[in-house]
Design a protein around this ligand. Structure first.
Ligand code: GAR
Length: 201
């Protein structure tokens, strides 16, 4: 089974959705580590409740991004993590992690990218008065929400949509979409691993 790390900064409802799908058997993966860059964030409580090892790590305690990510990388390698899932991790991934996990890091973003990248995508959609927004799952590169798109789902805004009501709708979609897309990606990775194994015999 594929070993993954989930990176999160906040409440962790997507982290929870992934765990729930693993427990119900609809997602085949092992969450080997939670990486949280905001010690005290609620997502760390969720990890504790499910006995998932958590690395709470504050970037400000490191002299540079490279050193911060090197500490994370050490843990990832100790836990033999093969794939990184960003779930509300509000920080750009730097070259240290990208070099090792290129093509094996995905993110979920609460808009139809390339619309509304960066922070507060939901607030940006409300301010722009759009009628349709949604959710994007994409590979991560060095840019801000710029990597290749894997899957998208739409969400319709009502007349009196607020940031809170849109966030609720978006979360509902995310909690369905992310585990489904992840299972698809993990199937492909397992297939690739089997092919590689077969070619070495
Ligand atoms: C999610 O809506 C996710 O799409 C967003 O943060 C939220 C985290 O919620 N991510 C980004 O905006 C990344 N640019 P959660 O902590 O309840 O999973």
């Amino acid at each position: 089974m594929i070993k993954i790390a989930i990176f999160a900064s906040g409440s962790g409802s997507n982290f929870q959705a992934i765990i729930d799908n693993i427990q119900s058997g609809s997602l085949e993966a092992e969450v080997a580590l939670l990486v949280c860059d905001r010690p005290g964030a609620f997502v760390t409580e969720r990890a504790k409740q499910h006995s998932i090892p958590a690395l709470s790590i504050a970037p400000k305690n490191y002299p540079s991004k490279v050193e911060y990510e090197e500490s994370i990388l050490k843990e990832l390698q100790e836990k033999e993590v093969e794939f990184i899932v960003l779930a509300g991790y509000m920080r750009l991934i730097g070259s240290t992690l990208l070099k090792v996990y290129e093509g094996k890091i995905v993110n979920i973003h609460p808009s139809l990218l390339p619309a509304f990248p960066g922070k507060d995508a939901i607030g940006q959609a409300i301010a722009a008065n759009v009628k349709i927004s949604g959710v994007t799952v994409h590979y991560v590169d060095a840019g801000m929400d710029t990597g290749p798109i894997i899957e998208q789902a739409t969400v319709f805004l009502s007349e009196n949509e607020t940031t809170e009501s849109l966030q609720k709708k978006i979360h509902e979609v995310e909690h369905q979409l992310y585990p489904t897309v992840l299972q698809h990606l993990f199937n492909k990775l397992e297939e690739k691993k089997d092919e590689q194994k077969a070619s070495t015999y």
